[in-house]
Design a protein around this ligand. Structure first.
Ligand SMILES: Cc1c2[nH]c(c1CCC(=O)O)Cc1[nH]c(c(CCC(=O)O)c1C)Cc1[nH]c(c(CCC(=O)O)c1C)Cc1[nH]c(c(CCC(=O)O)c1C)C2
Length: 366
């Protein structure tokens, strides 16, 4: 399958995920395609958000925009899509309201509403329902001309469940968390169903040409360690297990945003994730000193990704450089992929991102 694609010219990030020491840290950014780029906003004037996701030529174009703009500075691309295409594929309506974010006109209110959800399966499967995403990935692999590898992604089951119940973003996640205590059996059924669709979707993305995968558990930090272990961990674990079983050569990264060291350690030690992406609140030095000997003992390299606070990109060049240098130093003893601790923001200045990328190139060199 991959033999049909142009040969890869920059495999830095793939080598890090294999546990190799590299000449410098590879770098990419979550939401590197998006509203902070004027060329993206131009496309969004004309096309609705999900229209862009569903039109392979448009999704490919916006995926390539940052690769073109930051020529030679980014070491990976990520397919333009959204985590909410899974709830859509399961039959829920999701709108993207400009300036506000995702909106579900009919969120799940009680477990009875789960009856209307569709499982991808016989006659209605991920291959047909999410074909647009696979076509976008295949087209993008060709159009990238082997410049950098392409990430595919999904949202973690807990994070998707939270959106499906809240109907959009939330400050407290009170509705989604109330389900955990009121309807634990239905919650596990729902998480299992989302997990199975997600596994099919990730496998389809790899078959279409994705070379690395990331699972975004953006709302992991809303759960205590014990609740994370009950309501997110088993499903996260199953996803990595199934993907590694089928595609052992494809790295898979977990981004469990907002978790503390104990839970992060459990993910590193007890799952098949190739790497863990950290946000800026993580205790990097503490995590590395505790975890590295334990990973050594199980013969698994510790690969970490992250974690500059995205708001640092509002600072001037000098501050961005010194914060990036400091970040690179903290991770220098492990296999490391530089990134932000969360996504680019619409009000970021594209020039400031360039300073960050250049600083990684400069300060992560060994
Ligand atoms: C650019 C963009 C995206 N999604 C949304 C936007 C902005 C909307 C617009 O253009 O109008 C709406 C869009 N979609 C979502 C949100 C978050 C809403 C909220 O805060 O609750 C918004 C504004 C939901 C979503 N969507 C995603 C996550 C996980 C990462 C994270 O935590 O930020 C989440 C939580 C993943 C995502 N979403 C996107 C990507 C593309 C690839 C890239 O990174 O360049 C990715 C990986 C693309």
């Amino acid at each position: 399958m991959s033999a049909e694609f142009p040969p890869l010219q920059n495999d830095l990030i793939l080598r890090v995920f294999k546990g190799e020491k590299t000449e410098r840290a590879p770098v990419w950014c979550m939401r590197q395609a998006g509203r902070y780029l004027p060329e993206f906003r131009e496309i969004r004037v004309e096309f609705d958000f999900f229209k862009v996701c569903r039109t392979p030529e448009l999704a490919c174009e916006v995926t390539l925009q940052p690769i073109r703009r930051y020529e030679g500075l980014l070491d990976a691309s990520i397919i333009f899509c959204d985590i909410l295409v899974i709830p859509q594929a399961m039959g829920m309506e999701v709108l993207m309201i400009p300036g506000k974010g995702p909106h579900f006109p009919k969120p799940l209110d009680t477990p009875a509403d789960m009856l209307e959800l569709i499982d991808l399966g016989d006659g209605y499967n991920a291959d047909t329902e999410l074909k647009y995403a696979y076509d976008a990935i295949t087209l993008t692999r060709h159009k990238l001309e082997g410049k950098v590898p392409l990430f595919g992604f999904i949202g973690a089951p807990w994070t998707l469940m939270a959106y499906m119940i809240e109907g959009g973003g939330s400050k407290t996640f009170a509705k989604a968390k109330a389900w955990l205590w009121k309807y634990p059996e239905s919650v596990h059924e729902l998480l299992e169903r989302i997990t199975n669709v997600s596994i099919d979707f990730l496998k389809g993305q790899v078959k279409a040409g994705a070379q690395i995968l990331q699972v975004f558990d953006s709302w992991a930090g809303e759960l205590s360690h014990d609740d994370y272990m009950e309501f997110s961990f088993p499903y996260m674990k199953k996803i990595a297990f199934e993907l590694q079983k089928t595609f052992p050569e494809i790295p898979i990264v977990a981004f469990p945003k907002g978790l503390h060291s104990k839970t992060l350690e459990t993910i590193a030690l007890e799952t098949d994730y190739t790497g863990i992406s950290l946000d800026w609140t993580a205790d990097v030095e503490g995590l590395i000193s505790n975890l590295e000997p334990k990973m050594c003992a199980i013969n698994k390299p510790l690969v970490l990704q992250g974690n500059l606070d995205p708001t640092v990109l509002y600072a001037d060049k000098h501050v961005i450089e010194s914060k990036t240098e400091n970040m690179c130093k903290k991770f220098s003893s492990v296999k490391y992929v530089a990134n932000l601790g969360h996504g680019m923001m619409p009000t970021h200045d594209p020039e400031h991102l360039k300073w960050f990328l250049e600083a990684v190139h400069k300060y992560s060199r060994i």
